[in-house]
Design a protein around this ligand. Structure first.
Ligand SMILES: O=C(O)C1=C[C@@H](OP(=O)(O)O)[C@@H](O)[C@H](O)C1
Ligand SMILES: C=C(OP(=O)(O)O)C(=O)O
Length: 441
């Protein structure tokens, strides 16, 4: 995995970004495509799957639990599922690598199957809190023994039949929501999740597409998502739309490097994912949607992004769930905006692949950016369009989004930024540096 060999890289400005880029398949949808196909009865096909380390960890885990998963020479993946209830006891521990999504969603799946699974991960993943998934899954009857602080490695003994619950999410987390819904798939009766703050809804959309009986209702407490268990999933042909989180790096790069004009093709525009676009537009970014359409049950568009002077904003905290993975790159945009951008209400950043508030603060500060750290975010005083000073180090802390964000910062810096390790980009965007080369050729 990406921990193996660190890859240092010094990034300097390369001039304007020009041309057209197709971003890789959405990571959230890719994980779910493999998991749900592996639980369907029969053969599913997935086009445009993200072939990053995180998703490959999910593929390996589903194989270890009985699914047959192959990649054709045309890049189309074929999955023969075992059926809901049919997951097999894996022989060894499941290595989740760097992937929180794989871990929490698979904990949910295993919880209602009569198998016992040990989950392990890299140093980053082993420092992240799993208590948020352990709590509801224990209520459903799973027995979970975790490392101190509710961390990996952990052992989960699933139960069949599990107990259906109604669970109100204490944190805005699509992973926890999905863990409970996936446990509900093989649980008799109705399992409900109440979501006070909306988060990405790919599980809901896709489970319906696979034929599960799933309903979403609005209530004063929030969205109530109900799934009827002992579901039968029907195999699907899935076309994975492009990842808006990966697109975010190019949106910001083109916005902040003078003379840039790019088109990012096939970006998933699901409203639970477009917070960065909203925030950048508030800052004055030029992002034009071209050819809006639907792909695989998700809204999709091509985005034309041209350089534009950015102005500081107060980032509305209610946008947080729809741009939670995009704060690191938003901090880079804020670093060259005119004025002081304040982004708060994003506590969750502290428990991602790294503490993304502290990691970005250190990396930007070392490169001359003026900022202030809060428990739940950063305030950043931008250069007003001038290059950021650069010339410092950036420590990526096994966090792909830090490595990519600081690369983009380097494109807008007066002196090179020395990133200690960009190998983590493999988790979500293996072609990132090839695309950068093509846009700056
Ligand atoms: O459900 C998902 O696919 C994801 C949910 C988010 O995590 P949380 O549920 O922890 O907010 C996000 O940060 C992660 O990259 C992917
Ligand atoms: C938080 C992320 O992923 P995960 O939780 O799956 O590790 C991310 O991709 O930014």
């Amino acid at each position: 995995m990406s921990t193996a060999t660190p890859r240092p890289l010094a990034v300097s400005s390369r001039g304007p970004l020009k041309g057209r880029v197709t971003v890789p398949g959405d990571k959230s949808i890719s994980h779910r495509s493999l998991m749900f196909s592996a639980l369907a009865v029969g053969e599913s096909r997935v086009e445009g799957l993200l072939e990053g380390e995180d998703v490959l960890a999910t593929a390996a885990a589903m194989r270890a639990m009985g699914a047959t998963i192959t990649r054709g020479e045309d890049g189309v993946w074929t999955i023969n599922g075992v059926g809901v209830g049919g997951l097999l006891q894996p022989e060894g521990a499941l290595d989740m690598g760097n992937s929180g999504t794989s871990t929490r969603l698979l904990m949910g799946l295993v919880a209602s199957h009569p198998i016992t699974v040990t989950f392990t991960g890299d140093a980053s993943l082993s420092s992240r809190p799993m208590g948020r998934a352990i709590e509801p899954l224990s209520q459903m009857g799973a027995e979970i023994t975790a490392s101190p602080g509710g961390r990996l490695p952990l052992m989960l003994r699933g139960i069949n039949p599990a107990v259906p619950i109604t669970y109100t999410l204490p944190v805005a987390s699509a992973q926890v929501k999905s863990a409970v819904l996936l446990a509900g798939l093989n649980t008799p009766g109705i399992t409900r999740v109440i979501e006070p703050v909306p988060t990405r809804d790919h599980s809901e959309r896709m489970l319906k597409g696979f034929g599960a009986e799933l309903t979403v209702e609005d209530s004063p407490e929030g969205k109530i998502i109900s799934i009827r268990g002992e579901a039968e999933l029907k195999p699907q042909h899935i076309v994975v739309p492009g990842d808006p989180s990966s697109a975010g790096f190019w949106m910001v790069a083109a916005s902040i490097v003078p003379g840039s004009d790019i088109t990012i093709a096939n970006v998933c525009m699901n409203p639970t994912r477009t917070g960065l676009i909203q925030a950048l537009r508030m800052m004055g970014a030029s992002i034009e949607e071209v050819d809006s359409r639907e792909v695989g049950g998700e809204p999709v568009a091509d985005l034309r992004v041209r350089h534009a002077p950015l102005k500081a904003i107060e980032v509305p905290p209610e946008l947080a769930p729809s741009m939670i993975d995009e704060y690191p790159i938003l901090f880079v945009a804020a670093s060259v905006a005119e004025g002081r951008t304040v982004a708060r209400g994003a506590h969750e950043l502290r428990v991602k692949e790294s503490d993304r508030i502290a990691t970005m603060r250190a990396a930007l500060e070392a490169n001359g950016v003026v900022l202030e750290e809060f428990d739940d975010g950063l305030a950043i005083t931008g250069t007003g369009g001038a290059p950021i000073p650069g010339g410092g180090a950036a420590v990526s802390k096994l966090d792909h989004r830090i490595a990519m964000s600081m690369t983009v910062a380097g494109l807008a810096a007066a002196a090179p930024i020395a990133i200690d390790d960009v190998a983590p980009v493999q988790t979500s965007y293996p072609a990132f540096f090839d695309v950068l080369d093509s846009l700056t050729a």
